[in-house]
Design a binder for this molecule. Structure first.
Ligand code: NAP
Length: 366
């Protein structure tokens, strides 16, 4: 039976669920796939808190450590540097690094893992959105082709098959005419409320209280998260685009970018009239206002508010669901559409694990 070593970088909401799902399914994979998945290290900022590259960490120990972090207790001090752990694991056998961290700092260890022959799976978008002239970006995107050793399904639409659908369309020779989608549950929920007559600033508060935003809602409302996803779709299609070349509508006024969250929420009222008027204009034209990301055939990427016809899949969507529509040469009149929940620990972890299992069939046989 093939052994696959997994290094889990980031064990918060998503990474913790990955560790728990591996512990829960390990016996089934041994039986069904002839694959024994060992979690050999996990941790967070600064390095691994738990390591056993030889035999793998005991399932109960994994679960207990994840529970301790979730409850805010237990020892979380890093004991080993990621790059040393990766080298040690690769020397024992086929290894996959799972990046469920936040921010682009993990690009260095992802690139190092690829260079050492390991696989890399990401839910973390930031490393894949680094400028193209960053050498780590070149290494990661070279590994990101559909038969490469870097997989990133969970970066766009969480567990939904967005990236795999795009790869299949491109690999079979279809020509991409336009990708468009609603890639943020937060904006979906906010603009559904605005369409039913709620003031924008009130909708942001309600959606924050319902737990759909990041702890600081500016992280969503700046549009950066959606811009990174659109960038990943554009680069996957083969367009050489950087974040600086994307036209993004932000809802974070410059003077509210710093300071308290309450101050930011209070200041949002100044946008209520403008957004309310846009919503009524959209309604009068038979449409509804949505926060849409699009990539056209030339690779131009736009992220912002649009009036979308209510008769379309995108226009009919309400609440936090995500949708991505691929209009191609073969699917022109009726585009291929992928939709469903685009966030959440269980589905995002499952998206990463799907990548891990597929990569696990080939990694180590270079
Ligand atoms: N939550 C979702 O539904 C969802 C959906 C799709 C994609 N994602 C993406 O998945 C990633 C994880 O999300 P999450 O909700 O699980 O976040 P989270 O709960 O905040 O957990 C983040 C984890 O990453 C670790 N980390 C942060 N910076 C790091 C660094 N430089 N090096 C190593 N580890 C680092 C943290 O370390 P400590 O333990 O030391 O704090 C923590 O363990 C994010 O990039 C997010 O955008 C999330």
């Amino acid at each position: 039976m093939k052994q696959l070593r997994v290094i889990q970088v980031g064990y918060g909401t998503v990474g913790g669920a990955v560790i728990e799902q591996i512990a829960g399914h390990r016996a089934a994979w041994q039986e069904r796939l002839q694959l024994d998945v060992l979690v050999v290290a996990f941790g967070g900022r600064g390095g691994a808190v738990c390591v056993d590259v030889e035999d793998g960490i005991d399932d109960d120990e994994c679960r207990e450590r994840v529970r301790q972090r979730r409850d805010g207790g237990g020892a979380t001090r890093a004991t080993s540097e990621w790059e040393a752990v990766i080298s040690a694991s690769v020397s024992h056998g086929p290894t996959i690094v799972m990046d469920a961290a936040a921010g682009d700092e993990t690009a260095t260890l992802n690139a190092a893992a690829l260079e050492q022959g390991a696989g890399v799976v990401l839910s973390n978008k930031a490393p894949l959105a680094l400028p193209l002239d960053d050498p780590r970006s070149a290494i990661m995107w070279a590994g990101a082709r559909s038969n490469g050793r870097l997989r990133y399904e969970a970066t766009v639409g969480a567990g939904l098959p967005v990236i795999s659908t795009l790869h299949t369309l491109l690999d079979t020779g279809d020509e991409m005419l336009e990708i468009s989608g609603m890639l943020s549950g937060t904006f979906g929920a906010i603009f559904s409320d605005v369409a039913s007559g709620t003031l924008f600033s009130e909708a942001v508060r309600t959606v924050k209280e319902a737990g759909f935003t990041e702890p600081d809602p500016r992280d969503d409302l700046s549009g950066l998260d959606v811009a990174r996803k659109a960038l990943i779709l554009a680069r996957t299609t083969g367009h050489q685009v950087d974040l600086t070349g994307i036209d993004v509508r932000s809802f974070v006024p410059a003077d509210l970018a710093e300071g308290s969250i309450d101050g930011f929420l209070d200041g949002l009222g100044r946008m209520d009239d403008e957004i309310g008027t846009m919503a009524s204009d959209a309604e009068a034209g038979g449409g509804v206002m949505k926060y849409v990301a699009s990539v056209d055939a030339r690779g131009a990427v736009k992220v912002g508010l649009q009036s979308v016809s209510k008769g379309t899949v995108m226009g009919a969507l309400t609440g936090p669901e995500n949708v991505v529509s691929f209009r191609t040469d073969r699917y022109d009149q009726y585009p291929t559409v992928v939709s469903g929940p685009g966030a959440g620990a269980a589905v995002t972890a499952a998206g990463m694990i799907g990548d891990m299992l597929r990569l696990g069939q080939t990694v180590g046989h270079a």
